[in-house]
Design a protein around this ligand. Sequence first.
Ligand SMILES: Nc1ncnc2c1ncn2[C@@H]1O[C@H](COP(=O)(O)OP(=O)(O)OP(=O)(O)O)[C@@H](O)[C@H]1O
Length: 311
Amino acid sequence: MTVQTQPPGPGAASADAPAAPQFPRVYPDGPRGPRGPLPQQPPAEPAEIPVVGRAGELQADSISAWFGHHQVLDRVSLTMPAGHVTALIGPSGCGKSTFLRILNRMHEMVPSAALAGEVRLDGQDIYDPALRITTARREIGMVFQKPNPFPAMSIQDNVTAGLQLTGTKKSKADKEALIEKSLRRAGLWNEVKDRLRQPGGGLSGGQQQRLCIARSLAVQPRVLLMDEPCSALDPTSTRRVEETIKELAGEVTVVIVTHNMQQAARVSDQCAFFLAEQGTPGVIVEWGDTDAMFNSPQDPRTFDYVNGRFG
Ligand SMILES: Nc1ncnc2c1ncn2[C@@H]1O[C@H](COP(=O)(O)OP(=O)(O)OP(=O)(O)O)[C@@H](O)[C@H]1O
């Protein structure tokens, strides 16, 4: 993988940026972009995302985003390869979290929010009206900045909480196997296997974050989005979560927002550097192999950022 800079035109903020569409999303180049008009009748069966192995490739194409009239991203494109860890880096306010939330349809939960562009998981448009939003969120899970387990719920019920939300039914034996597998994948099994019925709120911060990772993994997502997952954790817990992320790579595609350059260097295969200069919307200045981004970036702004000269 090589380092690439954002090509001029799409991705560069300009006066001819697309106007803010409202939900349901409007494509800048027509009602349904290059694929023609919406079907008159919705399909009888909701669309499914084709399974291509376990980890999925996520492709964002020309993503623009607004809060009201405030445009915060301008035609950002990025491929997040299957089974790899992609780190989104950049100064505060450049749109990293907004981009992350667009990847699993959380952006549209903000009443004033709008977006343009496409997000595809293994080729399937996750904003396709025929695709259930719960399907998109099951395939593309999310772990937040602050651990958010259900504190009074037992550790094991926390792990399976997502199954209820997605309406998945399992036998007791299958559930027990899934709980163990998810906790093992999240690197927490050995610490909690003797207290699975105790409340999730009784765990340390780092353990709670790994419990949230286990909860996300239990619905078997193909992508896991992580928004500064270690920012509320101590260094030891941070290291443990980072080990978990590295262990997950290969099985699941990980996209992580982090302000910590050392963390980005430790856990990611690929980095994308976001920047919003002088009140313009955020763009990706440069992206590519993490080693190359840190050791031989092409853009001087990337060099300055990864070397701590601003941000
Ligand atoms: N719910 C919201 N309503 C209005 N504006 C918002 C909302 N969320 C974010 N913004 C604005 O969108 C811009 C991008 O914010 P975002 O959180 O995506 O940036 P970020 O790069 O993730 O920042 P940070 O690193 O500080 O978390 C900012 O100007 C922010 O103020």
